[in-house]
Design a protein around this ligand. Sequence first.
Ligand code: IMP
Ligand code: MG
Length: 182
Amino acid sequence: MEKDIAQVLLSEEQLQTRIRELGQQLAQDYRGKNPTMVCILKGAIMFYTDLLRAMPIPLSMDFMAVSSYGNRTKSSGEVEIRKDLSTSIEGKHVVIVEDIVDSGFTLTYLTRLLQTRGAASIKLCTLLDKPSRRAPGITLKADYSGFEVGNEFVVGYGLDYAERYRNLPYIGILKPEVYENA
Ligand code: IMP
Ligand code: MG
């Protein structure tokens, strides 16, 4: 696994420090609002569990699974709901917790979908943002963002390539030959 990583981009310590800051910010902004924190499976799972442990306020947890990529490294623009929320978000303050915003298709689609269900508010919290990669016509901005990254394909700390590398405790840049030879 490690031999496929060209470079560690964000160490465990860098991740934890920034996630604690985000958690404190969210706790301050959502105190008294009992937000529904929506984890987008599977990529956001590590971020989500660390983030929520850094939020010492009452909140609810819920999960969605979507797929936009298959095993490829470019988004198709199509989003499929694989698992839906198990609770109603009507009248709720919702925070969508995502691993990475790339083209922006996934979160644009999800935000619109959850808006139709009558949430009181919807905000986006992403660990990583690739602002230079937004698709034409997509104007999505994250309300809370951990780190901006460049064009490289990154894995680890929940992020995968073809379902692998999610369990690396840091975020690394995948060697291009790993997906070029696939
Ligand atoms: P978007 O719809 O193009 O914004 O894609 C978002 C999804 O693509 C994320 O939830 C990830 O699953 C996946 N993704 C985008 N960039 C990367 C990357 O560098 N590494 C791993 N997954 C990525
Ligand atoms: Mg993924």
